[in-house]
Design a protein around this ligand. Sequence first.
Ligand code: GLY
Length: 345
Amino acid sequence: MEKITVNIPGSVSEIFVGREWETAGKLIPQSGVLIITDQNVHSIYGNRFPEFPVLIVQPGEQSKKLEVIGQLAERLLDAGIDRSGFLLGIGGGVVCDITGFLASVYMRGIRFGYVSTTLLSQVDASTGGKNGVNLGDSKNILGCFRQPEFVICDPVMLYTLSDEEYFSGLAELIKTGIIGDRLLFEKIEQNYNAIIGRDPELLSSLVSMAVNFKAAVVTEDERESGLRRILNFGHTFGHAIELSSSLAHGYAVASGMELAARFSCNKGLISVTDLERITGMLKSFNLLRDYHIPGDQVGRLILHDKKKAGGDIYFVLTEGIGKAVVEKMPAGTIVDFYLKYKAGK
Ligand code: GLY
């Protein structure tokens, strides 16, 4: 078991990788706790939850909206949760976002922590303190920064994920390797069979590497005013693909990473060999699926992305496996690259 700390002035967030999730009961108060989870997680693990009232949301992105936050807040009030209350989110990225957002606004902020049940949330969504809900198709447009007190990442929980959910998370793990940890990338390359087999020991060590990297980035730049932007590698195109196709987040990001790597190669930042290693890895895990962004919609969908600054976008490129660089560029430059790439395919 490894404990990784995100140390930000005024808050410390402890992420336990490889810890049994049932030990969450030892990290929460004896009373005033409410658990938030989704239907899928509850049907598998609900009978082993700590003995506190449970609020169940529908699985999926459609639950990440103000209406659901309002309904849950009413349930908290009914349950008598006051400012000393504690919310425990047990679930993936959606449950973590809902729990963190609700805990941040309910009575101007109560304590919260997570048991992170998906690979996507273990390597990305549960660490970092961004809590957001969607407004229409604008993702995470209402949100705040507030760190969970703790996150438990138990690799055993990854066995019960569907293939789609598991491999969607793998894309974010690969992203971390490309932007910041060459050894992580190589470990994924060298352990194909163990990854397919969801080997818990290997997964613990891969999740640890990804969380260590993200924790260091977030500790340095919690509010995303500089360094933290590198975590968006693959996400500018990824979000446009997610909005225009029905691909799960990780698959959309995988194609977004392929595009960002090609763009980096076109700019002479990475070699063809590195480009082929990146695309080869994405293909080997079958992460590159068909998608279609209508040509006349690319600019609108990219600018929809909230990482824009006016008509400019902080686009994340790679300078070689394990290294990322952010370039502020006009959205038109990115659209041109995309249209030329698609025309040449
Ligand atoms: N909660 C996700 C993040 O902060 O990046």
